[in-house]
Design a protein around this ligand. Structure first.
Ligand SMILES: Cc1cc2nc3c(=O)[nH]c(=O)nc-3n(C[C@H](O)[C@H](O)[C@H](O)COP(=O)(O)O)c2cc1C
Length: 310
């Protein structure tokens, strides 16, 4: 089976891309993942300047979910650029998606200008962080005017296609998706973690995370993620990178049927191990050959078509 798929004019060898924040901070790690079957690499969120994360413990994983409050630590754009450059030099055919983050719109714009010079295949904008210029510090992804304005400003400084990564923690994700697409977003990435959630150690009665609360991901959020991606695909006509609780090849097919063109592999690395990309892709190919599917793009949005024909 030819597993390649087009996303915004970029050819991906397969639809499975590394989710932001998992594993990769160095070119050699990303290259290794590419050799082990990743169809695309998303970097962790990059800040303009060095950013401190939260104190330990920052993460708890069990068979149902993962909760984290890493606080998105990062060494800043200068250090990151060296690794991006090194990865892109290798030209291994596995596209690089640079994920950017900021507390102020000016910071996002400054990072996008720097990233533009390197020409990665895509830029993903993480809008789940609090807007420090907003009176209540509301995340950009929860405000249509702020999300749209930020999209417009980033688009003005780069010719690389951008996807906006949305938070599920909003009343109406369709409104936000429409606002950023009208402002020029080329694609949508969904979803970021749910929450905040909380886990208590009953022996000490204390929260397990030092930060007390954290974002929830992993298998428990999959049906919620599928619904968000389905809703976004119903509302806008741009390609989607769908993620949230993906663990098996069947989950990937389901996410694509909901409307995703590419599928984010994050927690699956914990549940299925280092070879998760190869394992999931084999499971997808097996399902496709049993169901007469010749190319993955045949299944993108299939559920929308089926519901229309009922
Ligand atoms: C430890 C951890 C760190 C993460 N860091 C980032 C990040 O830096 N930027 C971002 O956009 N999303 C980040 N995410 C969110 C994931 O990219 C993904 O959207 C979410 O976890 C859902 O996918 P999953 O259920 O497969 O993990 C992080 C998630 C986890 C668990």
């Amino acid at each position: 089976m030819n597993t390649s798929i087009d996303f915004l004019g970029v050819s991906f060898p397969n639809p499975l891309v590394l989710c932001s924040g998992y594993l990769g901070v160095t070119a050699s790690t990303w290259d290794n993942l590419a050799k082990r079957g990743a169809g695309g690499i998303t970097t962790k969120s990059i800040w303009l300047n060095e950013h401190q994360g939260h104190p330990n413990p920052v993460i708890l994983a069990n068979e149902d979910f993962i909760i984290n409050a890493v606080g998105v630590p990062d060494a800043g754009i200068k250090k990151a650029v060296e690794e991006f450059h090194e990865y892109l030099k290798r030209a291994n055919g596995v596209p690089l998606i640079v994920n950017i983050i900021g507390g102020k719109k000016d910071d996002f714009v400054a990072i996008a200008e720097e990233i533009n010079k390197l020409h990665p295949q895509l830029i993903e904008v993480n809008m789940s962080c609090p807007n420090v210029e907003d009176e209540h510090g509301k995340p950009f992804a929860t405000s249509c005017p702020d999300a749209a304005d930020l999209t417009r400003r980033i688009k003005a400084v780069t010719d690389i296609p951008i996807t906006i990564k949305l938070s599920p923690n909003v009343e109406n994700i369709q409104e936000i998706a429409k606002a950023v697409v009208e402002a020029g977003a080329d694609g949508i990435t969904a979803i970021n973690t749910y929450g905040p959630g909380m886990v208590i150690d009953i022996d000490s009665a204390q929260p397990i995370l030092a930060n007390k609360f954290g974002g929830v991901s992993g298998p428990g959020i999959k049906p919620l993620a599928i619904k968000k991606v389905f809703d976004i695909a119903s509302a806008v006509d741009v390609p989607i990178i769908g993620m949230g609780g993906i663990k098996t090849g069947r989950d990937c097919i389901e996410m694509m049927m909901a409307g995703a063109t590419l599928v984010g592999v994050g927690s699956a690395l914990y549940y299925r191990g280092d070879d998760a990309f190869k394992i999931l892709l084999d499971e997808m190919v097996e399902w496709c050959s049993a169901n007469g599917v010749k190319r993955f793009d045949e299944i993108v949005g299939r559920t929308h078509k089926v519901l229309k024909d009922l």
